[in-house]
Ligand binder design. Structure first.
Ligand code: HEC
Ligand code: HEC
Ligand code: HEC
Ligand code: HEC
Length: 171
């Protein structure tokens, strides 16, 4: 019984001391910030993702808004990406709206390692990512008439996907 009490006390003490450490680690983790599509383009022009994204409606989503709507928080939410570290609004649905804020994963050595990139904020988008914006909150007058068919939208709404297509070509 005595041994049990001692063990319990020791465990409790270790637990108590480990708490501030955990909190410190969390605070030290750098925040993922948006950097903007121009930064991604430095490396993603060659693989055609940036040029073909430019052709999608996402790249022009800001231009679809009338000047007065560009000041309306409600419209801004889905027709922009977020604000960068300097507080500048990144307009339109840019890379990071789907792939997550890139300040910590955009370094070459991290980007080359998918696991490391994900740990640093990279998102590999799924239908759920699209549903952040393609949902019931789209104003009725602008909402697509057909029910959302995400499998189809993945082919029309997303840039070219070079690496994914390569294995099929070599068959
Ligand atoms: C310094 C160069 C560089 C920059 C800047 C960069 N990337 Fe990359 N990225 C790469 C390399 C290299 C790869 C790995 C090879 C590939 O898939 O093209 C990669 C891979 C990716 C992948 C595929 C991940 C996977 O494993 O499926 C995504 C998505 C991606 N980058 C998005 C972005 C976004 C969004 C930005 C801007 C925030 C960005 N990258 C900035 C070099 C870069
Ligand atoms: C940040 C919000 C946001 C996210 C996330 C998003 N979209 Fe969009 N999407 C929009 C907006 C806004 C438009 C309308 C752009 C315009 O025409 O002004 C749009 C338009 C589209 C269109 C064209 C619709 C049409 O009527 O021609 C397709 C297709 C599409 N998105 C597919 C996707 C897919 C697939 C994903 C997920 C991989 C996705 N979107 C993620 C906001 C988003
Ligand atoms: C919940 C996210 C969301 C909100 C909020 C939102 N939109 Fe959109 N908007 C979209 C999506 C997604 C599309 C593409 C159609 C679809 O997928 O249903 C779109 C399409 C549009 C289009 C059509 C563009 C084209 O190419 O024909 C216009 C214009 C538009 N929205 C204006 C607005 C205005 C104005 C507001 C604010 C009153 C607003 N949107 C709020 C997500 C949103
Ligand atoms: C509307 C959402 C959306 C936007 C905006 C977007 N992507 Fe993607 N991206 C995707 C999806 C979906 C995939 C495929 C994910 C998978 O592997 O299943 C993808 C895959 C990729 C890949 C991996 C290609 C491969 O096949 O391995 C790269 C690299 C990439 N994106 C870069 C970018 C860059 C750079 C931008 C901006 C210029 C961008 N993406 C904008 C949705 C988006």
């Amino acid at each position: 019984m005595k041994r049990l009490v001692i063990t319990f006390t020791i465990t409790a003490v270790i637990f108590a001391f480990s708490q501030p450490l955990v909190a410190q680690e969390k605070a030290a983790a750098p925040k993922h910030e948006y950097v903007g599509a121009a930064k991604c383009a430095m490396c993603h022009k060659k693989d055609n993702t940036h040029p073909t994204w430019m052709e999608t409606k996402h790249a022009k989503a800001w231009e679809s808004l009338k000047p007065e709507d560009q000041k309306n928080e409600k419209c801004i939410a889905c027709h922009s990406t977020g604000t960068d570290a300097k507080g500048t609004l990144l307009t339109g649905v840019q890379c990071e709206a789907c792939h997550g804020p890139g300040s910590n994963y955009m370094k070459m050595n991290i980007m080359k390692d998918q696991k490391l990139a994900i740990e640093n904020g990279l998102i590999i988008p799924t239908e759920k990512t699209c549903q952040k914006c393609h949902n019931e909150n789209v104003p009725a007058e602008f909402k697509a008439k057909e029910p959302y068919d995400f499998a189809k939208m993945m082919t029309t709404g997303v840039h070219a996907r070079p690496a994914k297509e390569k294995p099929a070509e070599t068959k």
